[in-house]
Design a protein around this ligand. Sequence first.
Ligand code: AMP
Ligand code: MG
Length: 345
Amino acid sequence: MSKHHGKHRRGQSPGETGASASQRDVSHRKEAARGKADKKAEARRAGHRPPSAAHWAREAESRTTAAGETIDPRVAPAAAGIVTVQPGSRCDLEAIDANADGGLDKEEAKAALVTERARIATLQERLYAEHKRSLLVVFQAIDTGGKDGTIRAVFEGVNPQGCRVWSFKVPSAEESDHDFLWRYHAKAPARGMINVFNRSHYEDVLVVRVKDLVPAPVWRARYDQINYFERMLAAAGTTVLKFFLHISKDEQKERLEARIANPDKHWKFDPADLVERRSWDAYQAAFADALTACSTLHAPWHVVPANRKWYRNLLIARTIADTLEAMDPRFPEAQTGISGMTVPD
Ligand code: AMP
Ligand code: MG
């Protein structure tokens, strides 16, 4: 008895043997179907499977869970000029102009940045005093993308006591001995704090994928793990803001050349960056997949045109200020009877 006895494939009558015209037709259809299935499997392997609309509907509904946990991350719309990846839709980085400047000139943008920084400083003081919620700002970009420069420009003037910046490098031996989220969770903001991640848990689906540091099923499973992690942070009162600094390949060349030409910038130049540059396309694909799979209602991804540093800084500062405003932090209730008190000599 054949192994396939009792089974028959669609379009083939049981027991049909020999090469008939209808069988050739069937095999063509099967081949086409197989091609489609292969494409789907290939897309899955590459991480190209955005969650369905139904998934996002469930996600929205579940903001208040049966246990009474409310996800209220107070996500504000990003500043005009930023492209927010809509949950469930594919992020197409090639369609986003890294050179955009919103029709502004540099001086205008710099003046506007000063205003946005003042808004951030005022609201940060309230967030710190309120001591209930927190803000996590994540920056990801290709090498030379401008993460350090953005942090310097946007957070200037913020009270250092209420703000922490964490830069993530190649994991240490101790970090590597834990689950991949361990080191990031340890640096998540405490109540009242703004924490900034210069690189983040996303490295574990970016550099790790491009350099093949773990098997594909391991990094692929991390998209969901990241979404749950960020959801848990949101449920605990942390608003998560994620910015991808989008530069063009030409711009990276110019920035690398500028680092080589200026001895004061040599400390920032890593010859390995030239090797990484060869993997430009692989990085862009990995970024697009991560932004697609991990742009959620509670923690959407924002793509920032970043060839022009002054435009990038303004858009990010404005979005952070708007987000803090939407969070609406309040000074705690003061004790009664303070006004009019006298201080003894
Ligand atoms: P930089 O930000 O230029 O100081 O470089 C930090 C380096 O650490 C970059 O080359 C990152 O790709 C690398 N890195 C950061 N996180 C990870 C990670 N989880 N696994 C492997 N490499 C990482
Ligand atoms: Mg570097």
